[in-house]
Design a protein around this ligand. Sequence first.
Ligand SMILES: Cc1ncc(COP(=O)(O)OP(=O)(O)O)c(N)n1
Ligand SMILES: Cc1nc(C(=O)O)sc1CCOP(=O)(O)O
Ligand SMILES: [Mg+2]
Length: 212
Amino acid sequence: MTETACRLYLVTPPVLEPAAFAPKLTEALDAGDVACVQLRLKDCSDDAVRRACDALRPIAQDRGVAFILNDHPELARETGCDGVHVGQKDTPYAQARRIVGKDAIVGVTCHDSRHLAMEAGEAGADYVAFGAFFPTTTKEAAFKAEPELLRWWSELMEVPCVAIGGITQENCGPLVSAGADFLAVVGAVWNHPDGPGAAVRAFNAAIAAAEG
Ligand SMILES: Cc1ncc(COP(=O)(O)OP(=O)(O)O)c(N)n1
Ligand SMILES: Cc1nc(C(=O)O)sc1CCOP(=O)(O)O
Ligand SMILES: [Mg+2]
């Protein structure tokens, strides 16, 4: 398929059973273009994270899709993930980088802040994430970002930017037009009434339409 400039970044549901989730992930990744999968498990043990990584990581990596672990740089390194995503209350960027190494992907949550994004970019982050762009039921998002932030960032900076928060196939157009390099999505893929494959196809079509 044609590669677009803006690509999908799938984030897993916060609670999942790896054996049951594996076919859903496979369906999503076989349906179209996905750049990256983030395993984002909340409130579970390190062993549960390890088991989920072992079950899901090969599904992504065998398809050339980067597999990133949320919040846990040590576990990301130990389990062979391609990188880690850290937020402002997580392991600081520099420490995360020391743990996962120079070749791994490290992404940083920057909420709606130009300052945080410039700090992360200058420190060496592989991407900065802005959000939440729309209301979301997946987590309590304390910050609200506007598409203009993506426009400003992408016109000035080389470091890729990720948009997250309430993004759907219907509302993503302005984020793509504003310069988002990746759309990070939970609910609109895993809760899609026609399944995750249909959701990915609809996102790919919406991104292509917005890019003209
Ligand atoms: C791509 C991406 N962007 C933002 C976040 C949020 O990270 P954080 O603020 O650390 O919150 P939690 O996801 O850990 O609850 C993310 N995970 N991924
Ligand atoms: C994990 C996460 N981080 C956010 C932020 O604003 O930093 S919003 C969010 C949830 C995204 O899920 P959905 O696509 O279902 O809205
Ligand atoms: Mg976090």
